[in-house]
Structure formats: C-alpha cells, structure tokens
Design a protein around this ligand. Sequence first.
Ligand code: ZN
Length: 57
Amino acid sequence: MATKKTPPRPAPAPPKCGPCNGTGEVARTVRVGRNRRTVGQQAGICLACFGTGEATD
Ligand SMILES: [Zn+2]
C-alpha cells in the first residue's frame, strides 16, 4: 500500500487590518488653531494594528 503524500498547505494570508487596509499607516488630518483649520494630512501609525498591517484578534 502506497503512502499518499499530502501536498503542503500554503500559508494562509494574514488578515488585513481594516482601518489601514493592511498598510500599517492611516492618514491623519492635521488641524491647527482654535478654528481647527485643516492644513493637510500626514501619515500616522495605525493604532489598530500598531503598524503591522495585520489584523489582530
Ligand atoms: Zn492597521
């Protein structure tokens, strides 16, 4: 009886983090002044995955 070789399973892709879409960074709106005038956006670390881009559970 021959033994069946089971093909190695491909590693499952890590789930993408939602807020940053797997990039690990999220755009943050920069506001200044009392009127909270928007002056632009800058990239900030995603607090949901701490920059890894992978969803944690
Ligand atoms: Zn994230």
